[in-house]
Design a protein around this ligand. Structure first.
Ligand code: ATP
Length: 270
């Protein structure tokens, strides 16, 4: 079956399949050997907008060297949670920590250790992709090699086109490269393969696995069961602002498909 967003997977959900080394690793990127294993924690996190409780008593965690996939229906609170963890929003209550630091009060040094890929890309419209990535790489002490990221994600094929003229999928690739160019220790990827063609999705999944295998904590939000099944070492299912299921894929699914488990968990919560 070809990759397919919200693909109807009927097989039992399996671990994201950690593979030593991976294919064609991005050369020269830092290999992290952390003394702590916790990348992200949220504890009783809350954030409301008027009467809407976007994040309502949310507790979960993600480890370094693991891909954590966060799934949930539209409006479940995924983006709000990610933005709190990225230091873009302040929670009303509870605790958020990234690499042990409160992201709201974080220093520039902390922010350099965290990579962020936003859903809308957040890229400057007039920039050309490769020049932009080279510029960003100079802001970091230990950047990933730009040429490798560019060729791995096929960005060289549209290197001369300004961001405003790029297709949605091309922008996604540049946004992913921008999130990884600083060799982050934790990276947040908001629906990284939404809108990508099947080849590009495979390339992105390989790159995410390699990033994980270098010890980086990767947190991915997704609506794709296939993506979660292929990538995740740890699953967090949220609904109505709180966690309705969390664990290793094999434990959470217990021999059933992720799709079945997801619908059961999120239906119960409604
Ligand atoms: N700035 C805001 N002002 C008012 N309401 C907001 C704001 N941001 C988010 N919300 C509301 O908070 C809830 C959670 O939104 P959020 O974007 O976190 O969901 P999501 O899980 O990321 O959804 P999707 O899968 O559609 O991206 C929604 O009801 C949304 O309308």
């Amino acid at each position: 079956m070809l990759p397919n967003s919200l693909g109807a997977s009927t097989k039992a959900c399996l671990s994201g399949g950690r593979r030593p080394g991976g294919l064609g690793a991005v050369r020269g990127s830092r290999v992290h050997s952390p003394s702590v294993t916790v990348a992200v924690t949220t504890e009783r996190l809350r954030r409301s907008f008027g009467s809407v409780r976007a994040v309502d008593d949310m507790t979960w965690s993600a480890e370094l060297g693991r891909v954590t996939a966060v799934l949930g229906p539209n409006g479940a609170g995924k983006t709000t949670t990610m933005e709190i963890l990225e230091g873009l929003q302040r929670p009303d209550d509870g605790v958020a920590r990234v690499l042990g630091t409160d992201p709201w009060d974080a220093s520039a040094e902390h922010r350099a250790r965290v990579g962020v890929m936003l859903q809308d890309g957040g890229l400057p419209n007039g920039a050309r992709p490769v020049a932009l990535l080279r510029h960003l790489s100079r802001l970091y002490a230990d950047p990933a090699p730009v040429d490798d990221l560019v060729s791995r994600l096929g960005i060289d094929r549209f290197a001369g086109t300004t961001v405003r003229r790029l297709s949605g999928g091309q922008r996604q690739r540049v946004a992913l490269a921008a999130a990884l160019v600083g060799s982050p220790e934790v990276v947040f990827l908001d629906e990284p393969t939404a809108g990508l063609d099947p080849h590009a999705r495979l390339d992105v999944w390989d790159l995410v696995r390699e990033t994980r295998d270098r010890g980086v904590g990767v947190v991915v939000t997704t609506h794709s069961f296939e993506e979660a099944e292929r990538l995740a070492d740890h699953l967090v299912v949220i609904s109505d602002g709180h966690v309705v299921g969390e664990g290793a894929p094999a434990d959470l699914c217990a021999g059933r498909s992720l799709e079945d488990v997801y619908f059961e968990l999120t239906r119960k919560a409604r």
